[in-house]
Design a protein around this ligand. Structure first.
Ligand SMILES: C[S@@+](CC[C@H](N)C(=O)[O-])C[C@H]1O[C@@H](n2cnc3c(N)ncnc32)[C@H](O)[C@@H]1O
Length: 287
């Protein structure tokens, strides 16, 4: 991978003043709130199809118990990591390329009192800043679509895990001709910055990196429902404030998707409904 791609990716995700926009979205969701728990934040901090329902389901597949060290690969705004820290009592480390996301993740985690169990650092997941065998579990939620060199990604993840560790990949995977896929999408505005791969490619690269694939789940129906809900929420949130359209206040997670959030949500839904893309979970165990 060239050094150019990570900065194009970080530029795609970066928003101006994301922290303030999230606070405004929370004010709309919980008018007059003084304290918010981690459970109140689901609508604004889970940046993958299926949202919190998917996070909960995947977490169950990680066979967690208190004290395990978990790596969240591409941790975004920190919602999935906070869920693991809060509900499973694990010690979570999140790594993400986008500085602004790391900053939001840290501040939110601090606000809900989980900073001793969930920490975040800026970094590239294809060159993880940890010694070998540092973690007992790992998961990666909707990040591989941004990574061209998946062989290096999976080799890095296997390096930092202890033997027999579970690792869950939950990515949007390619089922058909890539030229038919419509953009912009939540992870890339143009095809040049999108690195979709087929399930066969994932399986092959994971096996070469030392993982056995123990189960696989197709999350398309959950994704379709969540994208419809996100589209409706975005529309409802925009309409009363500014019926004429234009500079509308965004709905919860679409805050992180920028001004063309509704198009990105609609295109993601369209590609899934047309059978071109499928959010897919692969549960892997390091040999
Ligand atoms: C669609 S978001 C998913 C975030 C989070 N996993 C979640 O589900 O809420 C993709 C994330 O991957 C991060 N990312 C993309 N390429 C990366 C890289 N090479 N290294 C680290 N993070 C990366 C982005 O900054 C972004 O936060």
């Amino acid at each position: 991978m060239t050094t150019q791609q990570p900065s194009a990716t970080a530029r795609h995700y970066r928003q101006d003043d994301l922290r303030r926009k999230i606070d405004e979205a929370l004010d709309r969701l919980y008018p007059g709130h003084t304290t918010l728990t981690t459970d109140d934040l689901h609508g604004v901090d889970e940046f993958h199809t299926g949202g919190h329902a998917a996070t909960r389901e995947l977490a169950e597949h990680l066979e967690l118990r208190a004290g395990l060290r978990v790596l969240d690969v591409g941790s975004g705004l920190g919602g999935p990591a906070r869920h693991l820290a809060q509900h499973a009592g694990t010690d979570v480390t999140g790594v993400d390329l986008t500085e602004e996301y790391v900053d939001v993740a840290r501040r939110r985690t601090d606000r809900v009192g989980l900073a001793d169990r969930a920490r975040f650092q800026q970094g590239d997941v294809t060159a993880l800043p940890f010694p070998q065998a540092s973690f007992d579990r790992a998961w990666m939620l909707h990040v591989g679509m941004n990574i061209e060199d998946k062989a290096r990604l999976f080799t890095e993840i296997s390096r930092v895990l202890t033997d027999n560790s579970l690792f869950i990949v939950y990515d949007v995977m390619l089922l058909s001709d890539p030229t038919l896929v419509s953009y912009p999408l939540p992870w890339a505005s143009e095809p040049e910055h999108s690195f979709l791969a087929r399930p066969e490619e994932y399986r092959s690269l994971l096996r070469k990196s030392g993982f056995d694939i123990v189960a696989e789940h197709d999350h398309r129906s959950q994704a379709v429902q969540s994208l419809r809900d996100a589209g409706d929420a975005h529309h409802q949130n925009s309409t009363p404030h500014n019926p004429a359209g234009g500079d509308t206040p965004p709905a919860p997670i679409s805050v992180a998707m920028g001004t063309d959030a509704s198009t990105k949500i609609a295109k993601a839904l369209q590609n899934i409904e047309e059978g071109l893309l499928a959010p897919t979970e692969m549960i892997c165990r390091l040999r």
